[in-house]
Ligand binder design. Structure first.
Ligand code: ADP
Length: 388
């Protein structure tokens, strides 16, 4: 709206310019999120807006006329960096930087700074416009994100190291244990001469302990392999009754020794899952082993399976000690044993259920538990049913 203005113009040109300038001045003055101020050609503060006051803590009368290097930490001032900034801004037109700045109260904040050279119509440098933003929060968030990422990476590598350690340890332990097993066999076969009854009994105890250790170690090995993602699964149609039968043979002696009755309930019709037969056997063996271990003599265990739409279920129910409600999730975590003390009689690693549930989930199934302390527990393995 310059030059020849017609009568119809709502505002004379001069008024409009003045108003625009006023609004502009008001705008700059009221912005609170940015410190916006002018420096003279040698870097002394000329104007001061609300944002500058908020960010840097100085009132206009305290700062106007001061050199802007006051906003910089001592060590930055020592390198004459503020002068360098003005030189670059005047040469290139603009200078942008991020770094620590100091408030009046001595506190530091992380600032993004843009310095723009101001020149008059003849091109003479009259000063600089400086816009500063407080990025302390953003920088904190960024650094937090970096630290979080580093922590996750550390935890992952610690996990890997743990798995590798467990695998190596288990392997090392197995070798001498196998040797022990071999010599027990030789001794009990009478290869080194006939044994007295007392000697035979002692050898049997050694054998039991040796077998127990072998089981624990194979648990550890399994767990570490699983953690390292090195287990493979052979998914095929599996007759669950068949798996039950194969486990039955292995578990019967243990149940008899503990004086626990085991009922193998027949299924109504075929129950066929799509899973890895050996892994189902391993899971069932673990669930049954627990049921026997945590059921007092005279108790009963029932095993049943059924097809239910797209899934098959395998249930192990016992009349044992049960599990407190607040522990039902925890028992599936590695190394968790309810009420475990150093002298508690039940043995185990606390890995069985963690392994079993991981195996089940890897086959698109799951293990759940229902339990009442003092009455017993029911563990349910769910697996996808075979398509046919
Ligand atoms: P472990 O048997 O080696 O201790 P598990 O992971 O198989 O390890 O079981 C973890 C814990 O869950 C057991 O120590 C026990 O406290 C509890 N638990 C598992 N099965 C039963 C059960 N049938 N009855 C009562 N408690 C059980």
């Amino acid at each position: 709206m310059t030059g020849d203005t017609g009568r119809d113009d709502p505002l004379p040109a001069g008024t409009a310019t003045t108003e625009t300038e006023a609004i502009h001045r008001l705008l700059v003055a009221s912005v609170r999120d940015y410190a916006i101020f002018a420096l003279d050609a040698t870097g002394h503060v000329m104007t001061w807006n609300a944002g500058a006051e908020r960010l840097k803590g100085y009132l206009p009368e305290e700062i106007i006329g001061k050199h802007f290097s006051i906003f910089y930490p001592e060590e930055t001032r020592a390198t004459d960096f503020p002068t360098y900034e003005l030189e670059v801004a005047s040469r290139e037109g603009v200078f942008e930087d991020e770094g620590w700045r100091i408030r009046k109260d001595g506190k530091t904040f992380w600032a993004n700074v843009v310095i723009t050279a101001l020149r008059d119509e003849t091109g003479t440098l009259v000063g600089f416009a400086k816009v500063t933003r407080d990025l302390t929060e953003r920088r904190k968030a960024q650094q937090q994100a970096i630290e979080d990422a580093l922590r996750v990476a550390e935890a992952e590598s610690a996990n890997r190291a743990k798995s590798q350690f467990l695998a190596a340890m288990s392997h090392e332990l197995r070798t001498p244990l196998n040797a022990i097993g071999g010599y027990i066999d030789l001794l009990s076969l009478g290869v080194h001469g006939p044994l007295s009854d007392a000697q035979s009994q002692a050898i049997e105890r050694v054998r039991n302990a040796q077998q127990h250790l072998v089981t624990l170690i194979s648990d550890l090995l399994n767990f570490s392999r699983m953690e390292a993602g090195r287990l493979t699964y052979e998914i095929a149609d599996v007759d669950i009754a068949e798996v039950m039968e194969s486990v039955r043979i292995m578990i019967e002696a243990q149940a008899t020794a503990r004086q626990v009755e085991v009922h193998w309930e027949p299924a109504e019709g075929p129950v066929v899952g799509a899973a890895d037969q050996a892994r189902i056997g391993q899971i069932l063996l673990n669930l049954l082993g627990n049921a026997i271990k945590f059921t007092e003599p005279g108790g009963t265990i029932r095993i049943r399976c059924a097809r239910d739409g797209k899934v098959v279920r395998l249930e192990v129910e016992d009349t044992g000690i049960g599990i407190p409600a607040d522990q039902l999730d925890a028992i599936f975590e590695p190394f968790t044993q309810v009420g475990r003390t150093l002298t508690s009689p039940q043995q185990g690693t606390g890995l069985g259920l963690a392994i079993s549930r991981d195996l089940a989930r890897a086959m698109d199934g799951d293990i759940t538990v229902d339990s009442e302390p003092g009455r017993g527990s029911t563990f349910t393995l769910t697996l996808p049913a075979a398509r046919s």
